[in-house]
Write a protein that binds this ligand. Structure first.
Ligand code: 13P
Length: 255
């Protein structure tokens, strides 16, 4: 029942894929497919494709996001992009704390929190990624890990700002591996995240929060995952790179 209190959002995370001509072709294919979706539709694309994506999606229901953002406003941070640079372009969403950033680029709960606050202060809708590694699940500490990631990411975030937050539960062992969490496993952790947020804010705030599942979601397994009471959409890697596959996910999330 509470599912009606929030919007399901399907967000593509293109990761380090697609040159500009490839991006253009994918977005043109996606536009008619996405047009009937009643769920939120977001594509998070490499920085080099942001301008193309914003231009091509004008007047459509497809929103554009970046895949990361730096926490400082400006300055000597070679290679980084600030939240103001994104909003000025018309970017509406940003992913922070993706497990690939945590694993390969030294991202910590603290830097995820800084990025989250910088993004929210600039008015970006912020998709915060949390999720346990395989050995953490096997040791039975999934809730401790995900609880800590969630709590630290949200330090200093006001209840008003929480309205611009989406949390994506992405078990690291399910990303790009073809191993999906079962629908029950996904729902269990999404529900735990909601309870954690309810304790930090209020039950009403938690009930209004969109919590996505991510990790090998595809046209075959999406219906079962998206039907779970606490799963409000998905953060999609591989299946966001093919318009037809992404379309099946949008349809499933629009039911
Ligand atoms: P896959 O859908 O390719 O497993 O990637 C999930 C993901 O990391 C989305 O952010």
């Amino acid at each position: 029942m509470n599912k009606q209190l929030r919007q399901a959002v399907i967000a593509g995370n293109w990761k380090m894929n697609k040159t500009r001509p490839e991006a253009k072709a994918l977005i043109e294919d996606l536009k008619p497919i996405a047009a009937n979706a009643t769920c939120g539709v977001v594509i998070c694309v490499p920085y080099t494709n942001l301008e193309t994506a914003i231009e091509l999606t004008k007047g459509t229901n497809i929103k554009v996001g970046a895949e990361n953002v730096h926490f400082e406003k400006s300055g000597a941070f070679t290679g980084e992009i600030s939240a103001d640079m994104l909003t000025e372009m018309g970017v509406e969403y940003v992913i922070v704390g993706h497990s690939e950033r945590r694993q390969y680029f030294g991202e910590t709960d603290e830097t995820v929190n800084k990025r989250t606050k910088a993004a929210l202060n600039a008015g970006l809708k912020t998709i915060i990624c949390v999720g346990e590694m395989l050995d953490e699940r096997e040791k039975g500490i999934t809730e401790e890990i995900v609880g800590m990631q969630t709590k630290v990411a949200l330090l200093g975030v006001t209840a008003e700002q929480l309205k611009n937050v989406i949390i994506a539960y992405e078990p690291v062992w399910a990303i790009g591996t073809g191993k999906t969490a079962t629908a029950e496993q996904a729902n269990e952790v999404c529900s735990f995240i909601r309870q954690t947020v309810a304790k930090l804010y209020s039950q009403a705030d938690a009930d209004a929060l969109t919590i996505q599942y991510g990790g090998s979601m595809n046209p075959k397994n999406c219906a079962e995952l998206l039907a779970q009471p606490d799963v409000d959409g998905g953060l999609i890697g591989g299946a966001s790179l093919k318009a037809a596959d992404f379309g099946v996910l949008l349809e499933a999330a629009s039911k």
